[in-house]
Write a new protein. Structure first.
Length: 119
């Protein structure tokens, strides 16, 4: 087995023009339909978790001056964080549905073409 030949073919394949198949295009459309919801969910969930953590730290007097006002402020911030984390999944589902609705026609047409091609 000539490893130099295999290596040369592998390098040549990287630079050869790629024919994008319909399956690859379908996967890209699917990823595009879901990516907005995923980005939102991770970003919003992370931010609300941090807000919840700051509220807990204030309420437990880890940060702040330890006064009663800081305690109450910490509870309020913590509740805002809890609400934000709680609504993250329903908002994610709605954004995901909108993304799927936006690309549904293109995905269905491409899937139909692929299934007819195989038949």
């Amino acid at each position: 087995m000539n490893t130099d030949k295999i290596y040369a073919e592998a390098i040549a394949n990287e630079y050869a023009p790629k024919d994008t198949s319909k399956v690859v295009a379908l996967k890209k459309l699917d990823r595009k339909a879901k990516s907005g919801a995923n980005i939102f969910a991770y970003t919003f969930g992370t931010l609300m978790s941090l807000v919840l953590g700051v509220g807990m730290c204030l309420a437990m007097r880890v940060i702040g001056n330890g006064s009663a006002a800081a305690f109450v402020f910490g509870i309020i911030i913590g509740v805002i964080g809890i609400v934000g984390v709680s609504v993250n999944y329903p908002i994610y589902r709605r954004v995901l549905e909108n993304g799927k609705r936006k690309y549904a026609f293109e995905i269905m047409e491409l899937a139909k073409q692929i299934s007819e091609q195989d038949a």
